[in-house]
Design a protein around this ligand. Structure first.
Ligand SMILES: Cc1cc2nc3c(=O)[nH]c(=O)nc-3n(C[C@H](O)[C@H](O)[C@H](O)COP(=O)(O)OP(=O)(O)OC[C@H]3O[C@@H](n4cnc5c(N)ncnc54)[C@H](O)[C@@H]3O)c2cc1C
Ligand code: FES
Length: 275
């Protein structure tokens, strides 16, 4: 059913997965509507009496009758706390899709490098699922994922599956681990995963989402591998506040991240001089 952009669609909480002590993934099934979307787009979710907040759509775009979102709870956060109190069978409002998303269909025939830091993995999960569902259209697909500690990692089932899959090269790292952690994987910043990679840089498109502090270091590694600024795609959602072009918080030169993005190439970001 067609819907008005300003009217939330009713969705039922069909499943809740505890990812970490502060992050949960919600599967939201639409009661009447459908929500076709592109990987990298986001939606807003409203909880009655608490308000509305934006979240990346983390599920495969192959399914439009339901979406998944992964929500980090902030102790003082009104909407994220209310979402974390929900149970299966409760209802929320969903508006969207919003934002431009990643133009994955333009990347066909190329190697794809996905770089996700921390809560950036939910923002690229839809892209990874899309790439795997359209696997023959792309050359090598590589995921580099960095979390702060082993306990901060989300989508453990997906990661275990991707690590075993011949369809994708999946490399993970954590910044640090405790003695109590049984993590026997890589320890070090996400940039340390680049060095052993054998890449065809000019043939590679990179999709990069994570904390802004990570971006200059990842750009340097990508350039070192021969990936051009035009082929590095970032999502700048962290720059946004209202998300609808009203507050000016996300203005960068002549662009509004919320209206023109949030996905930009690094070449575009360089032109938005204030970045
Ligand atoms: C386009 C877009 C996509 C997003 N996607 C996701 C996603 O997929 N998953 C996800 O978990 N979040 C995502 N976020 C962030 C999410 O929207 C915020 O965490 C949420 O709006 C907080 O709402 P709240 O009502 O709980 O907090 P508020 O009541 O608005 O904030 C209360 C306090 O909580 C703290 N706080 C809230 N949010 C943050 C934050 N992001 N960083 C640090 N401190 C914070 C601050 O101290 C703040 O003062 C996204 C944001 C944008 C703009
Ligand atoms: S987030 Fe408010 S204008 Fe873009």
């Amino acid at each position: 059913m067609a819907h008005d952009d300003y009217i939330p669609m009713h969705a039922r909480v069909a499943e809740i997965t505890d990812e970490t002590p502060t992050e949960k993934t919600f599967t939201l099934e639409f009661v009447e509507d459908e929500l076709p979307f592109r990987p990298g787009q986001f939606c807003t979710i409203s909880v009655l009496g608490a308000g509305e907040a934006p979240f990346c759509i983390a599920s495969s775009p192959a399914r439009s009758d339901a979406i998944q979102v992964t929500v980090r709870r902030y102790p003082q956060g009104t909407v994220t706390s209310a979402l974390h109190e929900l149970a299966v069978g409760d209802y929320v409002g969903v508006r969207g899709p919003m934002g431009n998303g990643f133009p994955l269909e333009e990347f066909t025939g190329r190697d794809i490098l996905v770089v996700a830091g921390g809560i950036g993995l939910p923002a690229v999960r839809a892209s990874i699922l899309y790439l795997l569902e359209h696997r023959s259209a792309y050359r090598n697909v590589t995921l580099l994922y960095g979390a702060r500690t082993p306990a901060d990692r989300v989508y453990n089932d997906d990661l275990a599956q991707w690590e075993q899959s011949p369809e994708i090269v999946c490399r993970q790292t954590v910044d640090m681990k405790d003695e109590a952690d049984d993590w026997d994987g890589h320890v070090g910043l996400i940039t340390t995963l680049f060095e052993p990679l054998d890449m065809d840089g000019p043939q590679t498109t990179a999709i990069i989402v994570g904390p802004a502090v990570m971006y200059p270091f990842v750009v340097a590694e990508c350039r070192q591998k021969g990936i051009t600024d035009e082929n590095m795609y970032f999502s700048l959602e962290a720059q946004m506040k209202c998300g609808v072009g009203k507050c000016g918080h996300c203005a960068m030169k002549d662009k509004y991240v919320c209206l023109d993005g949030p996905v930009f190439t690094y070449a575009q970001m360089r032109e938005m001089q204030e970045y």
